[in-house]
Design a protein around this ligand. Structure first.
Ligand code: PLP
Length: 391
């Protein structure tokens, strides 16, 4: 009856089952995985947000495959603030980056073609690629005085069926940005093997410190066909609005052909509603009051974490350059899943085990730096106590 691409394991894993049971029994839990910004106590400008959704122009239908021009002009203005000049014709609105990924895979890959994607990274890639009949081949990020792309291994994994190299900038959950020298090599691979570069920049506005060695945005790249994804879910902390975009850039001939093909893909769906497209300029503006609050939360939680993880502790954290997550390093006397189970069941603390993001080795837990300060502080204290107790 069903397609083989939907042959997923449909039962919840052991950890999810245990958490469900704890919740059912009414056990109070400190959720250090909370990354839904609408539940983290930030002050949203409710009036301004709701006002953007009541534009009378939304009552007429003006179909445009790329999405309404006024919205794309606002996206172009967002990039112009980063020193990147884009024509609104290079921009396509989508309902989410997930939808943008579908457009990208449909544009670039035939069934059984592959994309190279970082590991560890965003767990949804396997599903997004699988739903579009595209295979994922992982290339490792290695942790050696900070995270680096393992370029020699990436080069070895490029194959005839590879259609794109995917970068996440900064990556979820490692918080690592692509550096300029890494980009130069990636572009050389793209040109040599005739593959596209796909850049997911949803967290790009959340660097924890400036670094001139990092790429500003992949949206500016013209040396290879480049598709850059971003959207309101992280930029304005509004995941419920379901509004994202895709920017195409590249060498002129390739770009022209890519844009014409993408136009037909987008025209087939015409997916972004007029009320939301009309709201986009205003919703993007709300980032100016939201992002400072989020950056303050990320920084203060990280500071608190560092204050608690003094040297000599059996728990440490990996370097993080940006994004919403921190990675804890624990002794590998238990698997990540066992640590996460023990913390949930004995201490009422929820964390993500590293394998959720496909870490290459045990000993990693991922926590959200968006968590409210009081929950974060108590959760960290319990993690440290649990590990100290176990070693
Ligand atoms: C790397 C990455 N891309 C995309 C998304 C989701 O974006 P959207 O809500 O626009 O689909 C997430 C969400 O956590 C993410 O981590």
């Amino acid at each position: 009856m069903f397609s083989s691409r939907t042959n997923w394991l449909l039962t919840p894993n052991r950890l999810a089952q245990a958490i469900e049971e704890l919740r059912r029994r009414g056990r109070p839990l400190l959720d250090l995985t909370e990354s839904n910004p609408t539940r983290c106590g930030f002050a949203f400008d409710t009036q301004a947000i709701l006002k953007t959704l009541a534009n009378p122009q939304a009552l007429s239908y003006e179909p445009d495959p790329r999405g309404l021009l006024v919205a794309r002009q606002a996206v172009a203005a967002y990039y112009a603030e980063r020193g990147i000049a884009l024509d609104p014709g290079q921009i396509f609105l989508t309902t989410s980056t997930s939808e943008a990924y579908s457009y990208v895979f449909r544009l670039l890959a035939d069934s059984s073609d592959t994309i190279l994607a970082p590991q560890p990274s965003y767990p949804l890639f396997d599903y997004l690629a699988g739903l579009n009949d595209v295979g994922v081949v992982a290339y490792p990020l290695i942790y050696d005085h900070g995270w680096q792309i393992d370029l020699p291994t990436l080069a070895k994994r490029l194959e005839a069926r590879t259609r794109a190299i995917l970068v996440v900038h900064p990556n979820n959950p490692t918080g690592s940005f692509v550096r300029r020298r890494e980009l130069a090599e990636l572009l050389a691979f793209c040109r040599r093997h005739d593959v596209a570069l796909v850049a997911d920049e949803v967290f790009a506005d959340y660097p924890l410190a400036a670094d001139p060695l990092r790429v500003v945005s992949h949206a500016a790249i013209t040396e290879a066909l480049t598709l850059t994804l971003s959207g309101l879910s992280k930029i304005s902390a509004l995941p419920q609005m379901k509004l994202a975009w895709l920017v195409l850039n590249g060498p002129s001939e390739l770009l022209r052909s890519g844009l014409a093909r993408m136009e037909i893909i987008a025209d087939t769906y015409l997916s972004v509603s007029a009320p939301l497209a009309l709201a986009l300029p205003g919703l993007l503006e709300t980032r100016r009051t939201l992002q400072p609050q989020i950056l303050a939360r990320l920084t203060s939680n990280l500071k608190l974490l560092d204050a608690r993880l003094s040297s000599g502790q059996p728990v440490s954290r990996l370097l993080v350059e940006g994004g919403w997550y921190a990675i804890l390093r624990l002794p590998s006397i238990r698997t990540d899943e066992e640590w996460a189970m023990e913390l949930a069941c004995k201490d009422g603390v929820l964390v993500h085990p590293g394998h959720f993001f496909d870490f290459g080795s045990e000993g990693h837990l991922v926590i959200s730096l968006l968590t409210k300060a009081e929950v974060f502080e108590e959760g960290i204290a319990r993690i440290i106590a649990r590990v100290a107790n176990a070693v």
